[in-house]
Design a protein around this ligand. Structure first.
Ligand SMILES: [Zn+2]
Ligand SMILES: [Zn+2]
Length: 273
C-alpha cells in the first residue's frame, strides 16, 4: 500500500511562499493498493495535483471517499482532472449519514453560477454509492467522529500485506465523549493497530482554547491518540492556514521527539506501507 499526500492544509488553501515547504493545498490523500486499487480520500484542492500525477495513463477506476462536506474537503472536485478523461470510472461514496446525499452536494458545486461545466457533461463515468466494504483487495471501514455537522474517519486494510491506514481529519478530540473516544481508539486498534495514522493537529495546546468547538484537535492530542491506539507511524494533518513553514518546522522537531516515527504531513509526501 502506498499513500501519497496531495493536500494537507486545513480550512483554506494558501499560495504564498512562506507556506510552500509544508504545502498550501487542502486535504486530499491518495491510497494505492498493491493490486492496483486507487482510492482518494477527500477532494480538497490537493486532488488536482493527484489527478495530474498519472499523466497520459490514468487509472481506469477510482474510488473517492469523502469524510464530510466542509468546503476545504470538496472544493477541488470540479477541477479534478480525471473528471475530464474518457474511460475513467469515478465511484464516489461517503459514510456520512447526516445531511444531503453526496451526489447532490457535488452536483451543486458544478452547477451555475459556481462552475461552467455541469456534472452531466464530464467525460468520466461518475457514479455514487454507499461506501463499499471492499475495493479490489482492500477492506474499507469507517467511524463517525466528533466535528460540527459530522465527519467520518476511514480505515483501509490490505490483508495480503498487513498494511493499514486510518485517516482522521477534522476531529475534535477534547470535546469527544468518552464513548466517542473509545469507539475511535477501537477502530484504530482492530483488527490490528493501524500501521499509519493520519490525525488532525490543526491547533496546539496553546492555540486551541480560543477555538474550542470549531472541530479540531491539537498536535499534542494526535500524539496521545497515536500512543493509545498503538499506531506504527503518525502523520499530523490539517495544518492551520496561518501556520507558516518556520513555525511548522519547530513543531515537527517537537513532534518527532514526542512520538518516534511521527511527523507533520507535507504536500507530495509518500509513505510505503
Ligand atoms: Zn477541514
Ligand atoms: Zn470540517
Amino acid at each position: 500500500m502506498k499513500i501519497t499526500l496531495g493536500g494537507v492544509r486545513g480550512t483554506s488553501s494558501m499560495a504564498r511562499s512562506e507556506f510552500m515547504r509544508y504545502g498550501g493545498e487542502t486535504t486530499s490523500v491518495l491510497v494505492q493498493g498493491r493490486a492496483g486499487e486507487t482510492v482518494i480520500l477527500d477532494a480538497g484542492t490537493g486532488i488536482r495535483a493527484l489527478g495530474e500525477s498519472w499523466g497520459a495513463e490514468p487509472p481506469r477506476e477510482v474510488l473517492l471517499l469523502l469524510t464530510h462536506y466542509h468546503l476545504d474537503h470538496i472544493v477541488g472536485w470540479p477541477s479534478f482532472s480525471l473528471l475530464y478523461r474518457k474511460g475513467v470510472a469515478i465511484r464516489v461514496a461517503s459514510s456520512l449519514t447526516d445531511g444531503p446525499a453526496v451526489e447532490s452536494i457535488l452536483s451543486q458545486l458544478m452547477k451555475q453560477p459556481f462552475w461552467p461545466v455541469q456534472m452531466d457533461s464530464v467525460q468520466a463515468a461518475v457514479t455514487f454509492e454507499k461506501t463499499p466494504a471492499t475495493f479490489g483487495r482492500l477492506r474499507i471501514s469507517s467511524c463517525p467522529v466528533h466535528h460540527p455537522g459530522g465527519c467520518v474517519a476511514y480505515r483501509l486494510d490490505e490483508p495480503a500485506t498487513g498494511a493499514s491506514v486510518v485517516f482522521a481529519t477534522d476531529i475534535e478530540w477534547s470535546v469527544s465523549s468518552p464513548e466517542e473516544q473509545e469507539r475511535f481508539l477501537a477502530f484504530c486498534r482492530q483488527p490490528a493497530p493501524c500501521r499509519l495514522l493520519l490525525f488532525d493537529g490543526h491547533y496546539s495546546r496553546a492555540t486551541y482554547p480560543a477555538f474550542k468547538g470549531w472541530g479540531h484537535s491539537t498536535w499534542e492530542e494526535a500524539v496521545e491518540v497515536a500512543r493509545k491506539a498503538g499506531a506504527g507511524q503518525l502523520l499530523v494533518i490539517h495544518h492551520a492556514p496561518d501556520s507558516r513553514d518556520e513555525y511548522l518546522e519547530r513543531l515537527d522537531r517537537r513532534l518527532l521527539a514526542a512520538y518516534p516515527g511521527s511527523s507533520l504531513a507535507r504536500d507530495g509526501m509518500e509513505v510505503e506501507l
